[in-house]
Design a protein around this ligand. Structure first.
Ligand code: UGA
Length: 437
C-alpha cells in the first residue's frame, strides 16, 4: 500500500520504518529538518535498539522516503498521524496544537477514499472532532483511530508484532471500508494471529489512556507498598515476588523504585484526569492524582536517602548519578526521574556527575548545569555516594569490587532495586534501596 506517516518522533519514525518493512511504500513527513535529514541518511534521530538496522534494511528496498514537505503525502491511501501530544504548559490537559496543525496541513493533500489514521494519544472526543474536519475538507475520506502501544526500547518489535490492534471507526460503510484498509496495512501481524478489536472512536481513545493509567497505577501500587516496607522494615522486592506469583496480579510492572517517567505515562494520566473533569466524571479517575503523587514522592524519598547517607547534608558532596534516561535502552529524558533527582541534589549543593550510556546529549539540554561524564569509571572516581537511578545493563553488571576501588566512599543507593545487594555488601559497600531495609 502507499502510506504516509506524519510526525517522525519516537512513534512515527519507528512506525514509518516498520510499515516499509511490512512491504508498504512509505513517505514520512516531519517539520523538523534535522529528523528528516538523519532518517534520509538512514540514521535514527534518537536511540532505539534495532532501528538503525531496520532503516538500513528498508533503505536497500527504496520503500521509505522522508520529507519536510507535507504535499509529498499526496497519493497515499493511508495517512498515519503520529505527532506528539505533550502536557500543556498551563495545566494537566494535553496540548493538541501539533495534532490540529498536522490535520490542517494534511487534509488538502488527502485523496477521496483515503483513510486518515490517528495514532497519537488524545483526549477522548478528539477523533470525532477531527473526523468532521476531515469529512468537511475531503468528502469520501475516512478517519480511523488506531492507538499505539509500543514501548521505547522495544519499539520495533512492538510495532512489527503488537500484542493487539485496536481500530476505532465510524458506524456504517465508511467504518467498514476503514477496517478493510487497516486489515491490509496490518496483514502481516494479523496473519500471525494478533488480536484485533474494532470499536467506536471514544472506546479506541479510552483504550490507550486506560492501558497507560493501569500500568502507572500498578507501578505506584508497588511503590506505595515500598513506602510501607520502609516504615515497617519489610522488603518490597520479596513482596512483589510473592504477590506476583498470583497470576491475577502478575509480576510484570511491579518493580518498585524511583517510579515512572517518560513522555507517556506521567502526561497521559494527567491529561486523563483533565479530560474526565471536563466531562463531569473527574471523580472516576481521581485516584490517578494519588498515583501521580506516590510517583513524585519516590523522587523526594531518594533525595532524602542521599541526604541521610551523606550525614545530613549533601552540600559539597561528590555524588555520581548513574542514569539520566527515564528507562534503560532509551535516550529519552522527558520527565526522567533520574534527571529530576540529579537536578534536585545539585540545587542542594551537591557536586553531581551524571553518566548515561545514551542520554547525555539530551540530558545536557534539559539540565545544562550538571556535570556529565561519558566514561563510567571516570564518573565513579572520587564519589562520596553512587546513585543508580536507571537500570541500564552496564550498571547491573558493574563489578562492585572494581567500582569500590574508584570511589571515595563505598556508599550506593539503588534507586531501581537493580543491583545484587549481597554482592555489593560483601564488597564492603553500604547498600541502601527504596522499599528495603
Ligand atoms: C509506555 C507504555 O508501556 C506503552 O505501552 C505505551 O505505548 C507508551 O507508554 C506510550 O504511551 O507511548 P514507555 O513510556 O516506553 O511505554 O515506558 P514503560 O516501559 O511503560 O516505562 C514507563 C516508566 O515506568 C519508566 O520510567 C520505567 O522505569 C517505569 N517502570 C516500569 C517502573 O518504575 N517499574 C516497573 O515495574 C515498570
Amino acid at each position: 500500500m502507499k502510506i504516509s506517516v506524519v510526525g517522525l518522533g519516537y512513534l512515527g519514525a519507528v512506525h514509518a520504518a516498520c510499515m516499509a518493512r511490512l512491504g508498504h511504500d512509505v513517505v514520512g513527513v516531519d517539520v523538523d529538518p534535522a529528523k528528516v535529514e538523519a532518517l534520509a541518511a538512514g540514521r535514527s534521530p534518537f536511540f532505539e535498539p534495532g532501528l538503525d538496522e531496520l532503516l538500513a534494511e528498508v533503505a536497500a528496498t527504496g520503500r521509505l522516503t522522508v520529507s519536510t514537505r507535507i504535499e509529498d503525502v499526496a497519493g497515499a491511501e493511508v495517512h498515519f498521524l503520529c505527532v506528539g501530544t505533550p502536557q500543556r504548559a498551563d495545566g494537566f490537559a494535553a496540548d493538541l496544537a501539533f495534532v490540529d496543525a498536522a490535520v490542517d496541513s494534511l487534509v488538502p493533500h488527502v485523496g477521496t477514499g483515503a483513510v486518515v489514521v490517528g495514532k497519537s494519544t488524545v483526549p477522548v472526543g478528539t477523533a470525532s472532532r477531527l473526523a468532521d474536519r476531515v469529512a468537511a475538507a475531503r468528502p469520501g475520506a475516512v478517519l480511523a483511530w488506531n492507538p499505539e502501544f509500543l514501548r521505547e526500547g522495544l519499539a520495533v518489535k512492538d510495532t512489527l508484532h503488537p500484542d493487539r490492534l485496536v481500530y476505532g471507526v465510524p458506524d456504517g460503510a465508511a467504518g467498514e471500508s476503514a477496517v478493510s484498509v487497516l486489515d491490509e496495512v496490518y496483514a502481516s501481524p494479523l496473519a500471525e494471529g494478533v488480536p484485533r478489536i474494532v470499536t467506536d472512536y471514544p472506546t479506541a481513545e479510552l483504550v490507550k489512556v486506560a492501558a497507560n493509567s493501569f500500568l502507572a497505577t500498578k507501578i505506584s501500587f508497588i511503590n506505595a507498598m515500598a513506602e510501607l516496607c520502609e516504615v515497617a522494615g519489610g522488603d518490597v522486592t520479596r513482596l512483589a515476588d510473592a504477590i506476583g506469583h498470583d497470576v491475577r496480579i502478575g509480576r510484570r510492572f511491579l518493580n518498585a523504585g524511583l517510579g515512572f517517567g517518560g513522555g507517556c505515562l506521567p502526561k497521559d494520566i494527567r491529561a486523563f484526569m483533565a479530560r474526565a473533569d471536563e466531562l463531569g466524571a473527574g471523580e472516576a479517575v481521581a485516584f490517578l492524582g494519588e498515583v501521580d503523587a506516590i510517583n513524585t514522592r519516590r523522587r523526594a524519598r531518594m533525595v532524602e536517602l542521599a541526604v541521610e547517607v551523606l550525614g545530613g547534608s549533601v552540600d559539597g558532596a561528590e555524588i555520581t548519578v548513574l542514569g539520566a534516561a527515564f528507562k534503560p535502552d532509551s535516550d529519552d529524558v522527558r520527565d526522567s526521574p533520574a534527571l529530576a533527582v540529579a537536578a534536585r541534589l545539585s540545587e542542594m549543593g551537591a557536586v553531581v556527575t551524571v553518566h548515561d550510556p545514551q542520554a547525555i546529549d539530551n540530558a545536557r539540554v534539559k539540565a545544562p548545569d550538571l556535570r556529565y561524564e561519558h566514561d563510567l569509571e571516570a564518573a565513579l572516581a572520587g564519589a562520596d555516594a553512587v546513585l543508580v537511578l536507571t537500570e541500564w545493563r552496564q550498571y547491573k553488571e558493574l563489578d562492585a569490587e572494581r567500582a569500590g576501588s574508584l570511589v571515595a566512599q563505598r556508599t550506593v543507593l539503588d534507586g531501581r532495586n537493580a543491583l545484587d545487594r549481597s554482592v555489593w555488601q560483601a564488597a564492603g559497600w553500604q547498600y541502601r534501596a527504596l522499599g528495603r531495609r
